[in-house]
Design a protein around this ligand. Structure first.
Ligand SMILES: CC(=O)SCCNC(=O)CCNC(=O)[C@H](O)C(C)(C)COP(=O)(O)OP(=O)(O)OC[C@H]1O[C@@H](n2cnc3c(N)ncnc32)[C@H](O)[C@@H]1OP(=O)(O)O
Length: 296
C-alpha cells in the first residue's frame, strides 16, 4: 500500500477520484489556500504512484508524473484509495487515459488515421493488492466515466499482466498488428465513427495498393516509416481460422511487430515517427509511442 505523510481522506471523498490538468480531485471544493494545498498533495500522490508503476513495469522513467498531467489538455488520471488502510489511508491504484491521433493498420492492413482514439496510457495496482479485482473496478469506473467500450481502446505498450487482464475481463484476445507501440483488438474499426463512445473519433482510410508479391503499400506515413505490410496467405489463414491467441502468444507477436518499446532494442530517435505518433498532449513525447519514451 502507498501511504503518505498527510491524511488522504479529505482528497478522497469517494474511493475513486478523477484528476485532470488542474491537479485537483474532481470532487474538490475549497478556497485558494485549500486548492494550493490539495494540488501539492495530489502532485505527490501522482508522482509516487507513477514512479511505482514505472518500477513495476521495469521502465527507466515514469510515464505518469504530475508535471505531465498539468501540461496535458486531454488526459485523465483515475486514482483508487483505501481510506481505512494505515493511519492516513492509502492510495492503491492509478489508471491514466487520454485520446491520441494515431495512424493505425486495420484488419486488412490498410492504414487509417484515427483522431482522438481512446487510449490506455498507464495502469497500476499496488503489488500487495493485485489480483483482487481492484484493477477491474478502476478500469470499469473509467469506462463508465469516459463512455468508452474496451474494444475501442488502444493500449500503449501493454505489459503481459495487462494483456492477461484485458483477455480475462473483456475477452480481448486477437490483436490487429501495428507498426507503432499501440495494441488494438479486432473489432476496433467496426463502426469507427463512434469509436470513443461520444461519436467524435474520426478515421480516414488511405487508399491501398496490393502488389503481386503480397506487399501492401499505402501512401501513408506508416508505410513510409516502417515499410509495406506483408499480407501473405499465412496471415489470411490465421485470420480466417479465428484462432484464440493466448496472452503469451500475443506478447510474442507484439514483440516481433513492435519496432521500439520495452520489447525491442534501443534505436535512434526517429523524428518523423515522433511527429506522426505524437498525441494531443502538450507534454514531452516518445519515440514512436505517443505517450512514453518508456525505454531510453
Ligand atoms: C498501458 C499500460 O499501462 S501497460 C502496464 C500495465 N501495468 C502493469 O503491468 C503494472 C503491474 N500490474 C498491475 O499493476 C496490475 O496487475 C494490473 C493493473 C495490470 C491489473 O490490476 P489487478 O488489480 O491485478 O487486476 P484484477 O484483480 O482486476 O484482475 C486480475 C487479472 O489481471 C491479470 N493479472 C494481474 N496480475 C497478473 C500477474 N501477476 N500475472 C499475470 N496476469 C495478471 C490476470 O488476468 C488476472 O486474472 P487471474 O488472477 O484470474 O489470472
Amino acid at each position: 500500500m502507498v501511504e503518505f505523510r498527510f491524511d488522504i481522506k479529505p482528497l478522497f471523498s469517494q474511493p475513486i477520484i478523477k484528476v485532470t490538468s488542474n491537479l485537483l480531485p474532481h470532487t474538490f471544493r475549497g478556497d485558494r489556500r485549500q486548492s494550493l494545498d490539495a494540488t501539492t498533495k495530489m502532485s505527490e500522490i501522482i508522482d509516487r504512484l507513477g514512479q511505482l508503476s514505472a518500477t513495476s513495469q521495469g521502465l527507466s522513467k515514469p510515464v505518469t508524473t504530475a508535471q505531465r498531467l498539468r501540461m496535458s489538455d486531454n488526459q485523465t488520471i483515475y486514482l483508487l484509495a483505501d481510506s481505512e488502510a494505515g493511519h492516513n489511508g492509502a492510495v492503491i491504484g492509478l489508471l491514466k487515459v487520454g485520446t491520441k491521433d494515431l495512424y493505425l493498420f486495420d484488419e486488412t492492413g490498410q492504414t487509417r488515421k484515427v483522431e482522438q482514439a481512446p487510449s490506455i496510457l498507464d495502469f497500476y495496482v499496488h503489488e500487495s493488492r493485485q489480483r483482487a479485482g481492484l484493477g477491474k473496478r478502476l478500469f470499469q469506473t473509467m469506462l463508465n466515466e469516459e463512455q468508452w467500450t474496451p474494444l475501442k481502446c488502444s493500449v500503449d505498450r501493454p505489459s503481459e499482466k495487462l494483456l492477461a487482464f484485458l483477455s480475462k475481463h473483456y475477452g480481448l484476445q486477437r490483436v490487429i498488428p501495428q507498426a507503432n507501440n499501440f495494441v488494438l483488438y479486432e473489432g476496433f474499426f467496426n463502426d469507427a465513427a463512434s469509436a470513443n463512445g461520444h461519436g467524435n473519433a474520426h478515421e480516414h482510410a488511405q487508399s491501398p495498393q496490393r502488389t503481386q508479391n503480397g506487399l501492401h503499400i499505402t501512401n501513408s506515413p506508416n508505410t513510409q516509416l516502417f515499410g509495406a505490410t506483408y499480407l501473405g496467405e499465412d496471415s489470411n489463414r490465421r485470420r480466417g481460422s479465428q484462432q484464440q491467441t493466448t496472452p503469451n502468444a500475443l506478447l510474442q507477436q507484439i514483440t516481433q511487430i513492435s519496432p521500439t518499446g520495452r520489447y525491442g532494442a534501443k534505436r535512434p530517435t526517429c523524428s518523423m515517427a515522433e511527429i506522426i505518433h505524437a498525441g494531443n498532449a502538450k507534454g514531452g513525447k516518445g519515440n514512436g509511442s505517443a505517450e512514453t519514451n518508456r525505454i531510453k
